[in-house]
Design a protein around this ligand. Structure first.
Ligand code: ADP
Ligand code: MG
Length: 256
């Protein structure tokens, strides 16, 4: 067989084996290995390493996509100096992901604009990079979705999906009070998550005020009980970052 038809066959095999990186790079790697005097083993090692690295990157990208973060925010972009009330050591330790294996929760409590959603997203992204399945939900959107699923008799299926995750982020609990049915469904999520997966909850509400959102005192107690059994609490009680930022920009003379 000609060199050309062999190349075509090779291309076909690599596609069938789903090795897109090797398919793209084998020729350049062969030339590089030849000029460096590497043997066949080194060549194969180099190619398989590249394939593995890219495969992991593609999988992480898929996990990030299916987590449905509203905006991608990272720890690198978080200015801890602007928010001295936040326990940086704890945040960085959480980014290592051990809490996920222990199915512990994280609660971010504080006023608006202090970076709670930013940090929750950044922790979610770290989890994706560590191979975890993550889903970001606005608390209100989740409750609306739960009520819809119940209406369509799809709740059971939805709960099964939820339980396949390693981390669920519940963002902005407390801004809108829930209906009785909504609060009960949210409680259902928290109790299913309990000891099965981790929850990150961001809220502007101190514990004493959760009843105002959940309605029933008994339900609130039971929910907080599960949520806080194994929990890391990050308090963000500084000044709004948006306000600080706006003030800085006003102070700075424009155009220079
Ligand atoms: P919260 O959820 O506490 O209301 P956000 O996380 O939505 O606040 O933060 C508001 C905006 O300010 C976002 O764009 C966020 O990225 C940014 N932000 C907040 N705190 C910081 C910070 N310390 N460093 C960098 N950006 C920040
Ligand atoms: Mg927020």
């Amino acid at each position: 067989m000609s060199v050309e038809s062999n190349r075509l066959l090779l291309k076909h095999h690599l596609e069938k084996l789903r090795l897109p990186t090797i398919r793209r790079e084998w020729e350049a790697a062969a030339a590089a290995c030849a000029s460096e005097g590497r043997d066949y083993g080194d060549y194969l090692l180099r190619l398989t390493e590249r394939e593995l690295i890219e495969r992991e990157q593609r999988a992480a990208q898929r996990r990030i996509k299916s987590a449905k973060f509203p905006v991608l925010k990272t720890l690198e972009n978080f200015d801890f100096a602007a928010q001295p009330a936040i326990n940086e050591t704890l945040v960085r330790q959480l980014a290592n992901g051990e809490y996920l294996d222990a199915r512990e929760n994280v609660l971010l409590i504080g006023n608006s604009g202090t970076g709670k959603t930013h940090l929750a997203t950044a922790l979610g992204l770290s989890a994706c990079a560590q191979g975890k399945r993550v889903r970001f939900w606005g608390a209100t959107a989740l409750v609306t979705h739960l009520l819809e699923m119940r209406e369509q008799h799809e709740l059971k299926r939805f709960f099964t999906q939820v339980e396949k995750h390693d981390l669920i982020i519940l963002d902005e609990l407390g801004y809108v009070p829930f209906s009785k049915a909504g609060a009960e469904l949210l409680f259902d999520i928290v109790s299913r998550a309990y000891e099965r997966l981790s929850l990150i909850v961001t809220t502007n509400l101190p514990f004493e005020q959760w009843t105002e959102v959940m309605g029933s005192e008994r339900l609130t107690g039971a929910m907080l009980d599960r949520l806080t059994h194994r929990v890391h609490i990050i308090e963000a009680n500084g000044e709004s970052y948006r306000l600080q930022d706006a003030r800085k920009r006003r102070k700075k003379p424009s155009g220079g």
